[in-house]
Each structure stands twice: as C-alpha cells, then as structure tokens.
Design a protein around this ligand. Structure first.
Ligand code: PSV
Ligand code: MN
Ligand code: MN
Length: 388
C-alpha cells in the first residue's frame, strides 16, 4: 500500500467543483418538489455552496449556469464568492431552454437561430472574463428525433463552425470543455453523442478544447474508466461531471449507485497523472437533489468522491506493476481490490481534524442550524430552480 502520509498529502490538494443548480429546486418532468430555504438568487446558491466547502475543505469552487445565474454585475458576484471563501469556476452555457431551439441550437438548420446560439456562447465567454473563469462547459441538446429529419453530416459542419467561432474568442488561459451525451432530449441522433465525436471536434479546434466525461451519459455497461484512460493518454480529458445513474441521465449522487465504478475511474485518473496540482482535469459534480436535502446531498457527494480518491491513491502501484508484468492475473486484481476494500473513513476523519475541520461534515452541518436559518430567512421572492 502507498504510505498514508503521502495519501493524505495528495488528498489535501483535491478540489471538487459544485454546480450552482444543485442548490435550486429540481425534479422530473412529473413533478418538482419545492424545498424550504432554497436559494432565490445566484448569490444565495453560492452561499450554500460555500457551506459545503466550509465543512469538507475540498469544494472551493462553484460552477455557474447562464442564464440561470445571470446577474448584472459578474465581478461583484465573483467578489461575493471570494468573501465566502470560494471561487467561481466553470461557466455552463444553456442553449436548450428556448422555444427557438426546437430543432437544435448550433446545429439548427436555420442560420438565424444558429447565430442566436453562438451569441449566447460568446456571452458566456464574457462572463468568464468577468468572473475570472478558465472553463467553458458546452453541452448541446442538439439532435434529431426521426430518420431523415435533418442531414446529420450538415449538422456536424454547423456544429464545427460554431465551435470554431467560440474557440477563437477564448482568452489564452481559457478552454472549452465539450460534453457528450448518448441521448435525450433527442432520441434518434444526438450531435455529440459520445467521447469519439467530442474528441474529433476537440482535435480540430486545438489544445484548449477537451472532453468532459459526464458519468451519467453512457449506455449501460460502458467501460467509462477505459474512456478516461484513453482521453488522459491523449491529453484531452478536460474533466468530469460526476453523478450516479441506474437507468439513464439520473443525476443522482456520485458514488451512490456504483462506488466501485467511481473507484475504477479514479484509479485510471491517478494512474494516468490526472490527479494533483497542474493536471488540468476538472472534477465537477453535475447533480440534482430532487427529494433529498440539497446541501447535505452535496456534502455526501463530495465525501464519496474523496473516499474513492483515497482508495485509488492507496493502490500499491509497484505491486500492481510487478503482478501485471508477471502475468499474475489474480495477484494484480487483488492489489486493486485490497485498496478498494480499505475503509478510508478513519483516515479521512483524521485528515479533516488535522485541517481544523469537523471529522463528520454531515453531522457538523446539521448541528450548525444553517438549514433552519435559511428556511426562516429565505421567504418571499422566487425560489431558484431549473430555468430560474
Ligand atoms: C443535461 O444532460 C445536463 O445534465 C448536462 O449533463 C449538462 O452538463 C447539465 O445538464 C447542465 O447543463
Ligand atoms: Mn453534465
Ligand atoms: Mn446530464
């Protein structure tokens, strides 16, 4: 096993980005269950995210979603975040919630609608400039529902043209993180359905275009850790949108459905040099807490990622390498399983204590009374949610 002090030192460098939308009301197309104390503004979402960081110490940034988090003064929003001990991270574009986008956004057959979509993406780069963000995350709902509905090759051309224009607008320290998704809302073809399509577009754009792996965006049975290993090897793994899925894009808490898969992913990240300062891989959550309380749901999720990371860091790389080279199938597998079977919770509790944090972030947050105060204070106004 890797030495515990080394594991702890590595864990101190971890940072997991929270999605602003996780703190607002969300639901399915059947029902959105409103929760008391839910933020009414981008400022309040950031305040809630700051709570997660305050209790875990590993969630120092929060991603925005434009226009859900649109404000008049983005520099002031960034200052507000800083005052609360966090930073604004990735800016997520939204070209899927407008009637004009019925047939797509950047791949729409209508050049006027494409212009509108691209203008929104450029606005997002303006937001990045104002808040000091390095990451523009692009997810396109574009696709078709019926064979023959549109020319799938022409749609790729339109997509490529839009990406080129946005890429050209980026500052030197900014990058595009291009996300893929197997299906939904388009059910026949999706314009960026898989890592290969995303990778091909990124290759054409340049070094500052990388692929985002959303763990919920694959067909059942897909070996996600292989995709991770390959993208890392090619220098094109931009980051993760972590969540759990049982069926489709469920957006449940990461590590809840398949903690072993999360461990396998983190093992490939560590193995491929994707973890640690300067790796360039963004570890983001993309989740919705439809029925559970949101701040504790985010705390739980962050802890799940931290646990999987600790186990991946514990893998005895030298023993694994020796077993692999020796063709010792069972021995190599046992090295991985030993690390996975380790209960890392005491180690993480110890680490938190060393960092001046409560060893049990969930309990500490519950005791703080923050949720009750938010429910009492946040009356009036519109509760934030999808589209708010
Ligand atoms: C839609 O599937 C989605 O969940 C994508 O994963 C995006 O990252 C997210 O919404 C926010 O736009
Ligand atoms: Mn996502
Ligand atoms: Mn998704």
């Amino acid at each position: 096993m890797t030495a515990v002090p080394d594991v702890k030192a590595a864990l101190r460098t971890q940072s997991i980005e929270l999605p602003s939308w996780a703190f607002g009301n969300s639901g399915t197309r059947f029902k959105v269950f409103a929760q008391p104390g839910v933020p009414r503004s981008a400022e309040e979402k950031i305040a809630d995210a700051a709570q997660v960081h305050a209790y875990t110490g590993v969630a120092p940034s929060v991603a925005l979603h434009i226009p859900w988090d649109r404000v008049d003064d983005y520099a002031a929003l960034a200052a507000h975040a800083r005052a609360l001990g966090v930073a604004i991270g990735t800016v997520n574009a939204n070209v899927f919630q407008d009637d004009d986008f019925r047939l797509g956004s950047v791949a729409n057959p209508d050049p006027g609608i494409r212009r509108k979509a691209i203008d929104h993406l450029l606005e997002c780069v303006d937001v990045m400039d104002a808040v000091g963000s390095a990451n523009l995350k692009l997810w396109f709902a574009d696709g078709t529902n019926y064979p023959g509905q549109d020319d799938v090759r022409a749609r790729q051309d339109r997509l490529a043209e839009a990406l080129r224009e946005v890429y050209a607008r980026l500052g030197g320290d900014q990058r595009i993180l291009l996300e893929y998704k197997l299906f939904e809302p388009a059910f026949y073809t999706t314009d960026v359905p898989d890592w290969g399509t995303a990778y091909a577009h990124c290759l054409k754009l340049g070094d500052r275009a990388q692929v985002v792996v959303d763990t919920g965006h694959h067909a059942p049975g897909t070996n996600i850790e292989f995709i991770v290993a390959l993208l890392l090897r090619e220098g094109r793994l931009g980051g993760f949108d972590f969540n759990s899925r049982f069926y489709a894009d469920d957006d449940l808490m990461v590590g809840a459905a398949d903690p072993f898969q999360l461990f396998r992913i983190m093992h490939e990240v560590v193995r491929g040099g994707g973890f640690g300062p300067g790796s360039g891989v963004a570890f983001m959550l993309d989740q919705c807490h439809n029925i559970e309380p949101k701040i504790p749901g985010q705390i739980r999720s962050v802890l799940n990622v931290q646990e999987a990371t600790a186990k991946a860091l514990l893998v005895d790389a030298a023993a694994l390498d020796a077993a692999q080279r020796g063709g010792d199938v069972l021995g190599a597998n046992a090295v991985l399983m030993d690390a996975y079977a380790t209960d890392v919770r005491p180690l993480l509790a110890e680490l938190r204590t060393e960092q001046g944090l409560d060893p049990d972030p969930v309990a500490a947050f519950a005791r703080s009374g923050y949720a009750e105060r938010a429910a009492a204070d946040r009356v009036g106004g519109q509760q934030a949610g999808w589209g708010a």
